[in-house]
Design a binder for this molecule. Sequence first.
Ligand code: KE4
Length: 447
Amino acid sequence: MTNSSLSDLPQLSTTQSAALFERAKVVTPGGVNSPVRAFKSVGGVPRFIASAQGSRLTDVDGQTYIDYLGSWGPMILGHNHPRVAKAIAQALTHGTSYGAPSAGEVALAEQVCRLTGAQKVRFVNSGTEATMSALRLARGFTGRKYTLKFRGNYHGHADSLLVEAGSGLMTHAAQLGAAAPGSAGVPEEYASLTLVADYNDADSLRRLLNERGHELAAIIFEPVVGNAGVLIPTPEFLSALHGAQHHGCLLIADEVMTGFRQALGGATERLSLRPDLWCWGKIIGGGLPVGAYGGRADIMDVVSPLGPVYQAGTLSGNPLAMAAGLATLQQLEDTPGVYQQLDDYGAALAQGLREAAQQAGVRVVVNQLGSMLTVFFGIEGDVTRYDQAAAADTAQFATWFQAMLTQGVYWAPSQFESVFISAAHTQADLEHTLAAAARAFAAVGEM
Ligand code: KE4
């Protein structure tokens, strides 16, 4: 295989995407409804998507891509899975929203409790709503006001959580050369109630718990970090995390990304976690807007209308979204070996990428667990902590991303994100991806 620089790679038409992007920028900040979609850290024209099927996206210029975004996680079955599409279509014949309880909410809540070990669940409309509500609940249940998160973990955009967060904030901070990712508009009074520690630093966590554990309402964490790029927890760190419970501090597993992805029971099952509360999103809605929080009944019963912690939502438990989420979880449960298939693809992709990068003389670290994976550029050794991930070469990543995109592979458009493999990805997809990666690494090698 002759290696080629970027200039030798196919040049795709982006005429329609560019035209839509210009229109969008007139009426929407940055032309997008979520910052990372604007391609600011990787450059070029963000692709406006016309349709999606299985492992493929097709943009408005007719270009089709192997999709490793999967809508940032929800599409674990692949796009437009027939069982999910049929469930939504059937629900639609009964209307779209009632503002009153319906059977689908009960069925999905029962399914989530059965698969995760949660005793009670409350549905909301996004992962952000789930984490925001879970933290309020933890404060209300414990009567304590401080919470703790980890540098580079992202839990959505609630004010108190936009403190040294990952995902788009980390991407944006890297572009600005900022010392720590945060957001304007969050009063320091709010931020001061959120303590920040280093992920995978068990000693510092234990010290902090000994000093301030009695003040903490909760620790919230990503069981497998996706929002600094993928960081895999060490057993020692997970043990130190559970030590929080000895201080009366609740443990909140933010499984918005890992829930029903790392295993049917989420990272909790895969890593034998024992949280007091969980947060879910993405897969739980099967591509429609659903978030949820849940856990111990004695804690959940503090939520209105039973208890004094208020939380509400017009579209919570939406019948179409419940149908999509239930069909997705049922399909995952009814597909023997699906998680082994995802793990096998992830491992083969990771190893193939390492070999292709080595062949091109490009230094990368590939972190992969199950169907989540990140290629960190310009570094070597282990990447288990935020500061190691933050040192990655974002310019090399951007070159690689564009070289992959132009070869029909849609990777996550940021160095500090995970990709998401679906059950619809095939051996042919893997082979095409690795062939494209070899050419993309060659382009990086010529930078
Ligand atoms: P949403 O409010 O975006 O549904 O969920 C927030 C959230 C909470 N917790 C975790 C662990 C998450 O990963 C997320 C959202 N993930 C990002 C991707 N890194 C969503 C993509 C985006 O912001 O556009």
